[in-house]
Design a protein around this ligand. Structure first.
Ligand code: ADP
Ligand code: MP5
Length: 270
């Protein structure tokens, strides 16, 4: 069985973070493991507190996994602090996992800063060069590439700037872009060509954890030895179905749905 590791924050309400990642790994037939960087208190309405896990324990979690188990893909989500990022970067340099999908989580859908403002530079300088793929949404791509993004051409320009920071592939996610065509378009750049992944915009408020789910689906398919373009294509189908099936829990932004049988029927699983 292929094995994937998520290095991310815990989301109490189970829609995003570690919980979304493990649900995705399981739904796609990959064995999931976790290194927890921070514990958040959050629900569908907001984030009410964050406890950062000490770097000592993060380092020990990483060591515990890699010294014992072969890891086929790593997904990195919420990393919170400068020292957290440095510890993860050291771990990646030591153990050199094959596939590293970096979701540069910055601000939650509810508007909470999940990455300390002063840690942005460290994320850019220390983690981007170690990643196989980075998956920024539009606001994250704007911060990293330092340009405004209003059109698909701007997304392409941003992807090129981020690629030049040393990452092997860039996927700029268009969920936050208002296009006339009413399409959710994501753009993959591998340094040579652009690939476009399109899906109809689904009219729902339940998009808690969409970015977490997409990046861990890509990590799952890379673990299953798909190439990057195919992994992104399959993961895009997965997130689109997971949003279509998303449901309301609580009073705010509900989670996506990881529905095993549905993916099996659609041939998205091994
Ligand atoms: N309403 C929607 N309908 C269909 N796809 C969506 C919708 N919102 C987001 N997506 C897709 O979900 C994935 C996550 O994107 P996005 O919401 O931009 O990321 P994040 O959760 O990091 O903000 C992308 O593939 C995006 O195109
Ligand atoms: C622990 C954790 N990690 C990531 C997100 C981002 O998810 P979203 O952008 O859907 O709020 C989150 N809310 N919580």
């Amino acid at each position: 069985m292929k094995k994937a590791l998520t290095i991310a924050g815990s989301d109490t309400c189970g829609g995003a973070g570690i919980q979304a990642d493990l649900k995705t790994f399981s739904a796609l037939g990959v064995y999931g493991m976790s290194v927890i960087t921070a514990v958040t208190a959050q629900n569908t309405q907001g984030v009410f507190g964050v406890l950062d896990v000490t770097t000592e324990i993060i380092e020990k979690q990483i060591k515990a996994i890699f010294e014992d188990i072969e890891v086929d893909a790593v997904k990195i989500g919420m990393v919170s602090m400068i020292d957290t990022i440095k510890t993860i970067a050291e771990g990646l340099k030591t153990y050199q996992p094959k596939n590293v999908v970096l979701d540069p989580v910055m601000i939650s859908k509810s508007g909470y800063d999940l990455l300390n403002k002063e840690a942005k530079e460290t994320l850019i300088n220390e983690l981007i060069p170690l990643a196989t793929l980075i998956t920024p949404n539009i606001p994250e791509a704007e911060v990293i590439s330092n340009i405004k993004i209003k059109t698909v051409e701007d997304m392409e320009q941003s992807a090129k700037i981020i690629y030049d920071m040393g990452v092997k592939n860039v996927l700029v996610k268009g969920g936050h872009l208002e296009l006339e065509e009413k399409e959710a378009i994501d753009i993959l750049y591998d340094g040579q060509t652009f690939n476009y992944y399109k899906a109809p915009i689904i009219n729902t408020q339940n998009t808690h954890g969409t970015g977490c789910t997409l990046s861990s689906a890509i990590a799952s398919y890379l673990a299953l030895e798909k190439d990057m373009k195919e992994a992104v294509r399959l993961a895009k189908l997965y997130i689109t179905m997971a949003i279509e099936q998303a449901f309301s829990i609580g009073k705010g932004v509900g989670p996506t749905h990881h529905f095993f049988d549905l993916y099996k029927k659609a041939g998205l699983m091994q």
